[in-house]
Design a protein around this ligand. Structure first.
Ligand SMILES: [Zn+2]
Length: 113
């Protein structure tokens, strides 16, 4: 499953941060998931405890922010939020758009102790 390898990668990244910070335990992890990132919230929430088991991340809470798609239109120059998977300008229907947000999966912050 894609989300399991992602969760495993996330655990590895966070463990590196813990080592650098000298922290021993993670309380919560704030993530943002873009609508176009290909990451699904529910499978990630399911896979995370499996990947975190036996690590300092076990029991950490995931705080997930879902980021909608934002586009800027090349025809009417307006910004809008089309519903994925329809990537076009909501204002004028043009598909000549530049994606401004919603592409990334990011670890935003960690709460450690
Ligand atoms: Zn437009």
């Amino acid at each position: 499953m894609h989300e399991l390898s992602l969760a495993t990668e996330m655990v590895r990244t966070v463990k590196d941060v813990l080592r650098k910070e000298g922290a021993s335990e993670v309380v919560s992890i704030s993530l943002s998931i873009g609508a176009l990132s290909g990451v699904e919230r529910e499978p990630l929430e399911f896979c995370f405890p499996i990947a975190a088991e036996g690590t300092p991340l076990a029991g950490a809470r995931l705080v997930i922010e879902e980021v909608p798609v934002a586009v800027r239109c090349g025809a009417c120059e307006k910004d809008s939020h089309p519903e994925y998977p329809l990537i076009e300008c909501v204002e004028c229907g043009s598909s000549n758009v530049e994606i401004m947000a919603g592409r990334d999966f990011v670890i935003k912050s960690l709460e450690v102790r």
